[in-house]
Ligand binder design. Structure first.
Ligand SMILES: [Zn+2]
Ligand SMILES: [Zn+2]
Length: 242
């Protein structure tokens, strides 16, 4: 028996075959070969002022205004036009495509993140940036959730005391899409948007996962809520940032 999603995928595969954006090989949006060639070990900048550094930590002057300890990204979407196009495509495409692609380079990316120093080894919970249930129903999936699960599966092999939680950080306000708003509107939009549902505190170290980090307002707000709930340090892992 086929499930609805599989039938849709099957029809899509037949009607709209996909080709690698870089080398035009049929079958994938970005083939493993091209993805590997583009990957330069990850992007590490201060989450606030975007100054490049070794491990993605907030620089000394920015720490006072950042709830995030550090952020690391697979790619810089300003510098990599293929990645910018992929992000646009995946936002409105079926989950299956996105997950296979990013899982190919996850391993190498995560290795370079932990090599950079300053990232936690235990007492970690991996949490995806949540979508509002209404938006998730519209889209059929939360790409951050798929990415986070993937990262968890890799990290749990060599990290102890590591958990995955996609239930307790919730988006309770249905907001306009951040991408269409200016900075001031983004902050208003995010006010009271997230809650930590659980009565007990989250673990000391949280790794928040999302697809894109632009102004960082969404991730900073999630980090603020998690710290208010008792987390000590919140780190961010994303596919792409500027
Ligand atoms: Zn290719
Ligand atoms: Zn900074």
């Amino acid at each position: 028996m086929f499930r609805g999603g599989e039938i849709v995928q099957l029809i899509k595969d037949c009607l709209f075959p996909i080709f690698c954006l870089d080398c035009q090989t049929e079958g994938e949006w970005w083939c493993k070969n091209c993805a590997q060639k583009s990957f330069t070990g990850g992007e590490f900048y201060c989450p606030v002022c975007h100054l490049k550094n070794l491990n993605g930590k907030s620089c000394f002057n920015c720490q006072a205004v950042s709830s995030l300890e550090a952020v690391a990204a697979f790619f810089n979407y300003q510098e990599n036009k293929t990645v910018a196009e992929l992000i646009r495509i995946f936002k409105y495409n079926l989950a299956k495509d996105i997950n296979t692609l990013w899982s190919q380079i996850n391993l190498e990316f995560l290795y370079s993140v932990w090599q950079s120093g300053g990232w936690p080894y235990s007492g970690i919970t991996i949490i995806p940036v949540p979508l509002h249930t209404k938006r998730q129903r519209e889209r059929g999936f939360n790409q951050a959730d798929l990415l986070a699960k993937n990262i968890f599966e890799i990290l749990k092999k060599d990290h102890q005391n590591i958990e995955f939680d996609n239930l307790n950080l919730q988006r309770v306000k249905f907001t306009k899409q951040q991408a269409k708003l200016n900075r001031q509107e983004r902050l208003v939009n995010l006010k009271d948007a997230f809650i930590w549902k659980e009565k007990k505190s989250p673990t000391a170290n949280i790794i928040l996962v999302d697809d894109v980090f632009t102004s960082g307002a969404t991730m900073q707000e999630c980090a603020r809520i998690l710290k208010k709930a008792g987390a000590q340090r919140v780190y961010g892992l994303v596919m792409a940032r500027d």
